[in-house]
Design a protein around this ligand. Structure first.
Ligand SMILES: *[C@@H]1O[C@H](CO)[C@@H](O)[C@H](O)[C@H]1NC(C)=O
Ligand SMILES: *[C@@H]1O[C@H](CO)[C@@H](O)[C@H](O)[C@H]1NC(C)=O
Length: 184
């Protein structure tokens, strides 16, 4: 009986600690967050992703704020197969800065939290599975293809604090011509 109570209290403490670390940006403003971002950092500790780590390039994203508070995101990823454009739809939750989306790749609902942003320079975004709250990715976005070294270092420290090993924390080089520059 006693051990059960202790176990429950410990589980609750763990949940609270995780929550404390991953609260969304205070007074998150989607209007200010909209526009172009570059994914300049990625912490992703998936076995299947290991062979792709050194092929990763900076991706470009366009965040469109919809009138109902949801988000359309267009991403351009430079891959060995060329520049690939993908669109995503994120639905707002009752917590500002937190969104859910349906991952067709993993066939489940996941959620996304904008943990920290100053809108004009950088954003740290957490992506995780809703139900077990297992963190799968932390991304650093910049308004430009390169960001200040102290912003990078803060991102790395945050990813380490979330349990990512150093080799899973990537800061890829810029992409070339992705999306392709308009000609004519
Ligand atoms: C958002 O995405 C949906 C689905 O892809 C699309 O139908 C809609 O036109 C988009 N809205 C805007 C404002 O881009
Ligand atoms: C927020 O962004 C601006 C650049 O627009 C930068 O000068 C400032 O130092 C940033 N603030 C923090 C806390 O990093």
């Amino acid at each position: 009986m006693r051990t059960t109570v202790v176990a429950v209290v410990m589980v609750m403490l763990c949940v609270m600690m995780v929550d404390a670390d991953t609260k969304p940006q205070r007074e998150f403003s989607l209007q200010r967050f909209a526009g172009t971002w570059y994914r300049v950092g990625l912490a992703y500790d998936s076995e299947r992703f290991v062979p792709f780590r050194d092929k990763l390039k900076v991706s470009q994203g366009l965040v469109t704020a919809l009138p109902n508070g949801n988000v359309n995101l267009t991403m351009w990823d430079a891959t060995p197969l060329g520049c690939q454009k993908k669109t995503y739809h994120y639905e707002k939750t009752n917590v500002a800065g937190q969104f859910t989306y349906f991952s067709t790749r993993h066939n489940m609902v996941k959620d996304i939290t904008v943990v920290d942003t100053n809108y004009s320079e950088y954003a740290v975004v957490l992506k995780h599975k809703v139900y077990n709250r297992e963190y799968t990715q932390v991304a650093l976005y910049g308004r430009t293809q390169t960001v200040r070294i102290d912003v990078i270092n803060k991102f790395k420290a945050f990813a380490l604090s979330q349990g990512f090993p150093r080799e899973a924390i990537l800061t890829p080089p810029p992409a070339e011509n992705c999306p392709a520059a308009r000609s004519g």
